[in-house]
Design a protein around this ligand. Sequence first.
Ligand SMILES: C[S@@+](CC[C@H](N)C(=O)[O-])C[C@H]1O[C@@H](n2cnc3c(N)ncnc32)[C@H](O)[C@@H]1O
Length: 215
Amino acid sequence: MKGHRRLILVLCVALVGCGTILAYAAGPNKTSREFREQFIKNFRRTGMDTTISDAMMLRILVESARCKRGIEVGSYKGFGAINMGIGFERTGGHLFTLEIDPRRVKDCRENLKTVGLEKTVTCIEGDALKTLATLQGEFDFVFIDAVKQDYFRYFKLIEPKLKPGAVIVADNVIRSAGAMKDFLDYIQKSPNYDTVIIRASLEKRDGMSISYKIK
Ligand SMILES: C[S@@+](CC[C@H](N)C(=O)[O-])C[C@H]1O[C@@H](n2cnc3c(N)ncnc32)[C@H](O)[C@@H]1O
């Protein structure tokens, strides 16, 4: 009996040891909450990336409205896309993020892969004024964050694809209000949308519009 026990103990220790070695060799679990939080915290952001609070607000909007199909216009390095992507992963949805600059497309795809979101978020290369037309089906979430003067043009391409109940977020609507006057006039005056302008981030002197498509 004593011999058996010793053998079982040795086997257990060997199994734990092998497990530890395999886990170490496989590297960090890139889909774990801890790994992603660290990645987001250590992300080398510039003024072009969405702020941490704005990105979290986008994620919460996706999650709370249980959004299933989203569009982001202007991916940059994917900071916003990663944060929204975590939300879409939880809702079982998908995000399409559109980026014109091939270097940024590469950065965005690499970053998405690093945190294991490459299946939940698709980065589409090209001018959104052209690629938006290629997106099929209906959408219930939009984040517009590219050329400020073109917000209304992006939105008019997206609007026919929007479901009632869709959430539309636009960035930089305070400091660039003049450049996107046509977009803001439309979304604030149309009886089809409820709209509010908020500042979720104290990091920048700017804000976002959040609209809800009533019908
Ligand atoms: C402010 S950054 C986007 C930041 C990103 N949304 C985030 O959450 O971190 C704007 C991006 O829009 C891209 N862009 C500009 N014009 C575009 C267009 N016509 N189509 C697609 N992307 C465009 C720029 O190359 C840039 O990477």
